[in-house]
Design a protein around this ligand. Structure first.
Ligand code: SF4
Length: 320
């Protein structure tokens, strides 16, 4: 049932997930894929992944989920190329890895091909901490946050849509919020958006997160994406931390989101251009409309191209 503008956005995309099924070698301490009961599909190669996507058409495919797909960036990029050849959809990749010049050039060729078809390639670089990142990411394979920021900068200057992904977000006592605010400050001129949302925990990852309080109150929920309904996780209250991130993003005119599809819907409203600062005035109208305050909806409808206009006209029919 569609209850909010956010549901409406999510239902407006047919989203697919594409990921290798190997046990992730980065083994982050917070990772949900290591929780008991987590089901990883047997996707050993690119053909397996493509066959696991059952629909003929997807609006967007996320290359993320069950493991880090860019341990070898060339293989991850090849996966993206084959996905685009088959589905011609938008693609969002999420990674903690960094790419060298040859790999960036190959990704750029894919982006050019996608742009000709009016599709976009979104690249999320996950950086959940700065100085204390080893509390979460103990693997020597995981690049430092500073290297990931350089990578984000390289991609942005090559015209990619970049998502500075401050996920998962931890309470201030565990990962100081000033680290995240510092990351935003460092990335302020080369991220299209900021994406952040709270960590989910179970006994399995809390055990690995040394010093994480077991006494906190969590709401319990089932993991409802990635076909893992049997994994029970709990949310941690990070509302204060999110509001600080939001404040910092506003200071630098960076759109900040908690849900990735809501960010994608926002970015699709504009001409293909990864710089979002010049549209920042419309951002608050967008957030209001998505949250059920439609007083500026007509402004948004008039701004949009025909594909997106239909989305907003339908949203108006549904809610106004
Ligand atoms: S890189 Fe992603 S999938 Fe791999 S362990 Fe870390 S959070 Fe989990």
């Amino acid at each position: 049932m569609v209850r909010t503008g956010i549901d409406f956005v999510e239902k407006s995309f047919n989203r697919g997930f594409a990921s290798f099924g190997t046990i992730c070698p980065l083994a982050c301490n917070h990772c949900y894929t290591f929780m008991k009961g987590y089901n990883t599909p047997k996707n050993d190669n690119i053909n397996d992944i493509i066959s696991s996507l059952k629909d003929d058409f997807y609006d967007i495919i996320y290359v993320s989920g069950h493991c880090e797909n860019f341990i070898n960036p060339m293989i991850g990029i090849e996966l993206c190329e084959k996905l685009f050849d088959k589905f011609s959809s938008h693609i969002m990749i999420t990674t903690r890895m960094i790419f060298n010049d040859t790999e960036i050039a190959r990704l750029k060729r894919l982006q050019t091909k996608m742009n000709i078809a009016d599709k976009r390639l979104f690249v999320c670089s996950s950086i959940p901490a700065f100085d204390s990142y080893r509390k979460l990411e103990p693997s020597a394979l995981t690049p430092s946050p500073a290297d990931r920021l350089n990578f984000l900068q390289r991609l942005y200057s090559e015209g990619f849509y970049t998502f500075l992904t401050l996920r998962p977000l931890f309470p201030n006592y565990y990962i100081p919020i000033k680290e995240l605010l510092n990351i935003i400050e460092l990335a302020k001129d080369y991220t299209s958006v900021v994406l952040s949302s709270g960590v989910v925990v179970s006994a399995d990852n809390v055990e690995k997160l040394e010093g994480f309080s077991r006494q906190e109150k969590y709401g319990e929920t089932l993991m409802n994406c990635l076909h893992n309904p049997d994994v029970k996780v709990q949310h941690v209250d990070v509302s204060k931390e999110l509001s600080e991130i939001n404040k910092k993003c506003n200071e630098f005119n960076i759109p900040m989101f908690n849900e990735s599809l809501v960010a994608v819907r926002y970015l699709l409203m504009f001409e293909n251009n990864n710089s979002t600062k010049k549209h920042f005035k419309i951002f608050s109208d967008y957030v209001q409309a998505i949250n059920g305050d439609f007083k500026n909806l007509d402004k948004i409808i008039n701004l949009n191209n025909s594909v997106n206009k239909n989305f907003w006209v339908n949203l108006k029919k549904e809610f106004v």
